[in-house]
Ligand binder design. Structure first.
Ligand code: TYM
Length: 361
């Protein structure tokens, strides 16, 4: 059976972009067709300046919202990354096959590091190594497919490169995964700045629809969305990004096609009204289920506890195999399979001492 893994970072309130680009396909498609794991990747939230209490609160909220979107613990595994040590264990090994140059080329690193520097802050080393931890998240589970929005494509490509390199150097250890994207709304744009992604960590509220926004707030945000000069409603992502974004959101919410929908509307006003109605309808059951789940924290905690246990069982053999393959001795409680000859030990001792002597000079 296909193994699917994906994650969401608790760095802000979850948005319509997260929902249409990732969470909805996970709940509606992936959990039914594959052996799926969905993770609140809390370690990733520590890569930028953070408030510990806020990370805890947002982690709980993200887990609750994952369940509110319809993830069913009978069908898939839902857990918190920091509850499973294998992610951090594997990340270090992958740092030993990754190069600093390939980390510095990551678009998200360059954008976020520039933003941190502009604010006068320092850039955490973990921001640079973040994609390696993400690769560990994916590779630890023998993942075949990673359903994500299209902003994560470069990170999944890096994951593939690291898996292939590790396998070539140390023997076949990892499945090489691939990214999958929803057919529409793989990149929902900010309603006020249609050239930028709708991101949960951004501060500009009016362009971002949050999953827990009240219906009248959603309506206001959509009705005030920036559209383009001209009056014709056509689907043109390059030339008319504001209108194209609304058409994609409407298409994703109603199961339609943005190009066909473009031909249906005579005015921006009518398009905005229908988009607002469609978004409100899509989010209504999520908000309702979220309210119910908030009243039952013991259930949510139980799901996360069981999820972490299942995830640990899946990840441990893969990560242990990687430790062996890369050359680390098994812990002493495990008998070694091969007897070690005295000659081999002394030959190794000679070559090691040579290196030490040369290095000392
Ligand atoms: P994160 O938390 O930024 O986003 C979670 C998921 O939501 C998608 N997404 C969007 N899709 C469409 N339009 C948008 N405006 C939009 N904004 C976000 C993202 O593409 C993502 O699928 N690095 C990841 C988290 C991560 C991860 C992993 C993902 C860590 N380890 C392993 C997959 C597998 C991130 O920051 O996602």
């Amino acid at each position: 059976m296909t193994r699917v893994f994906s994650g969401i970072k608790p760095t802000g309130h979850l948005t319509l972009g997260n929902y249409l680009g990732a969470m909805r396909p996970w709940a509606e498609v992936d959990q039914h067709r594959a052996d799926s794991l969905f993770c609140v990747v809390d370690l990733h939230a520590l890569t930028v300046d953070h408030d510990p209490a806020r990370v805890r609160r947002l982690s709980r909220q993200a887990a609750t919202l994952l369940l509110a979107t319809g993830l069913d613990p009978q069908l898939c595994t839902v857990f918190v990354q920091s509850h499973v040590d294998e992610h951090a264990r594997l990340s270090y090994l992958l740092e030993c096959v990754a190069s600093d140059g390939e980390m510095r080329r990551m678009i998200q690193y360059r954008e976020k590091a520039a933003r941190e520097r502009e604010r006068g802050g320092s850039v955490r080393l973990s921001l640079l190594t973040y994609p390696v931890l993400m690769a560990a998240d994916i590779l630890a589970y023998g993942t075949d497919e990673v359903p994500v929005g299209d902003d994560q494509t470069q990170h999944v490509e890096l994951t593939r490169d690291l898996a292939v390199r590790f396998n070539q150097r140390y023997g076949h250890t990892f499945v090489v995964p691939k990214a999958t994207h929803p057919p529409v709304a793989a990149r929902v744009m900010n309603l006020q700045e249609p050239a930028s992604k709708m991101g949960k960590s951004d501060d500009s509220g009016p362009g971002i629809v949050y999953l827990l926004d009240e219906p009248d707030v959603v309506r206001k945000k959509v009705m005030r969305a920036v559209t383009d000069s001209g009056r014709e409603v056509v689907y043109d992502r390059e030339g008319r990004p504001g209108v194209a974004n609304l058409l994609e959101i409407l298409a994703a919410c109603t199961g339609g096609n943005p190009e066909i929908l473009g031909g249906v509307y005579q005015s921006y006003g009518a398009l905005k009204k229908d988009t607002a109605d469609a978004v409100i309808e899509v989010l209504r059951p999520v908000r309702a289920r979220h309210t119910e789940l908030c009243a039952d924290p013991v259930y949510v905690e139980g799901v996360l506890r069981d999820g972490a246990e299942k995830a640990r069982e899946m990840a441990r053999p893969v990560v242990d195999a990687a430790y062996r393959a890369i050359g680390l001795l098994p812990p002493v409680s495990e008998p070694t399979s091969e007897p070690v000859s005295a000659e081999a030990v002394s030959a190794e001792a000679v070559s090691v001492s040579d290196v030490v002597v040369k290095a000392a000079r």
